[in-house]
Design a protein around this ligand. Sequence first.
Ligand code: PLP
Length: 498
Amino acid sequence: MSLPAGVLRGGLLPEPLIFERSTPGRTGADCDPHEVGGPAPDAVLPAALRRDDGLVGLPEVSELDVVRHFTRLSQWNLSAATTLYPLGSCTMKYNPLVNEALVRAPGFADLHPLLPDAWAQGTLELMDRLADFLRTVSGLPAISLQPAAGAHGELTGMKMVRAYHEDRGDPRNRVLIPASAHGTNPASAALCGYTVTELPANQAGILEVATVREHLGPDVAAMMVTNPNTIGLFERDIQAIAEAVHAAGALLYCDGANMNALLGVAKPGDMGADVLQFNLHKTFSTPHGGGGPGAGPVAVSARLEPYLPTPRLVRDADGLRWSEDFPKSIGRVRSFHGNVGILVRAYCYLRALGGDGLVDVTAMAVLNANYVRARLADVLPLAFPTPSLHECVFSDRELEATGVRTLDLAKRLLDYGFFAPTIYFPLVVPGAIMIEPTETESKQTLDEFIAAVRAIVAEADTAPELVKEAPHSTFIGRLDETRAARRPILRWQPAAAK
Ligand SMILES: *Cc1c(COP(=O)(O)O)cnc(C)c1O
C-alpha cells in the first residue's frame, strides 16, 4: 500500500507547509508605489504603525506558490464537490453555483454595511422577501435574520424566552430537552442561565407526552425539541406535547436544523412552536463546514414578537429602513445585519425552487434516506426499525465480533471515495452511523455508496485489519485523533503518517 515519499498518487501532489516554500525576498504582487500613483507608505504611515523589521515570520511566496499550495491541499480532501457527503444532522447538500454567481454581484458584494438605508433598498428588499418566505415555511408570524448560525439562533431564541418570562414577573429556571438533542441545545439553555432536565425517548425512539408531563412544573421555562429528531424520526406527539407545555405556562422551542424534512409539507408553527431557528447554510444551501459561515434566522410566535433582536426592518412610505423602536427587544445579537451573503444564497435557492420545488426537496430527501435505510438494513442494524424522514441511523452492534467499529467503517469509506457519515451521534445510539443523503443525490450515487458500505461490512469478516487500519488511499493515513488535537504537528510527514 505504501508508496515512496513524494510520488504522485492518483494525481495528487505532495505539499510542504507554506513556510517551507518561503524564499527570502519573494513576493506575490510586485508594484512600485510611485508607478501605481499616490505617496509611498513611508510618507503617509506614522512611524509607530510601520514595522522596520519587515514581515518577520510570514512566508515569502509568489502568487503562483500560493495558488498551487492551496489548490494542492484542497485536492487532498473529499468534499461535496467531489463526492457524496452524507453527514447526518448537517444537510451537506449540493450548493448550486448560480447562488455563488449571484451573491458576488457587485450590488450585493460591494455594499457597505453602514450605507444609509435609502441606498441599500435592493438588499433590504431581498432580506424582507426572504423573511416572508421563512415566515411562510415556518408558520410563525415574525422573524429576525440576525443570528450567524444555528447555535446562535438557539441562543437568541432562548434569550427571548427568558425576556418573555421575566417580563411577566415569573422568571423560571428549568428547560426540558430530550436526550437525543444536539449538544448546542443544552449549551444554549445553560448560557441563558437555565438548568437542563434531560428527557428519555420511548422504545421507538420518540418522545412521549406522558414523559413531558411528568417533568413539567411551574419552574419550567421551555421545552426544546428537534422535529424530526436527531434519529430522523418524526415526533408524532408534538401537538399534544405543545399543549402540555403551554398548559404549564412554558414555551416550545423547535430546533429547525432538520427543516429539510418538513419544507412545504408541515409547519412548526402549526405544531405549536413558539420559536424556531433555521440553519440556512444547511437547509437552504450554502457551502459550510469547518465552523462557518452560517445564518440562523429565528422565527417566533406572536407572544415572543416584542422581544425580537433590533434593529428590525420596517416598511414606511419611503421604503424599507432599520428601526430600533422596539422597547422590549433583547437588543442586537450580531454586528451589522448578520451574514447577508448567506441570506442572498438562501433567497436564490428558494426562488429557484418555488413552493412546489420545496415539496419535492422534502419528498426526495425522505425517499433517499429511506432507500439507503432499506438497502442497508440487512447488513447493519438500524437504531430503530421504523421508517425515518430525511436521515437514518445505524449502529455497529453486529460488527462487534469482528473487532471493526463505527470509526473504522467511516475511515474505510474514504478509501471507497465517499466522505464519512456522522458517527457516534446521537449519543443515545451505541456506535451510531448517521446517514443523510439529501435530495440532491441520484439513485446511481446512492447505489454506489450502498455497495461500498456492503463491501466494507463483508471486509470486516474477511479482512478486519484492512478496515481497522483504513484509510489506505488518502494522502494522510489514520491519525491518533486525540494526539492530533492536543499536539498538532502540521508538517507533512509521509513516512510517519502511514
Ligand atoms: C447543526 C445543528 C445545530 C447547530 O447549528 P450550527 O449552525 O452548526 O450552529 C443545532 N441542532 C441540530 C439538530 C443540528 O443538526
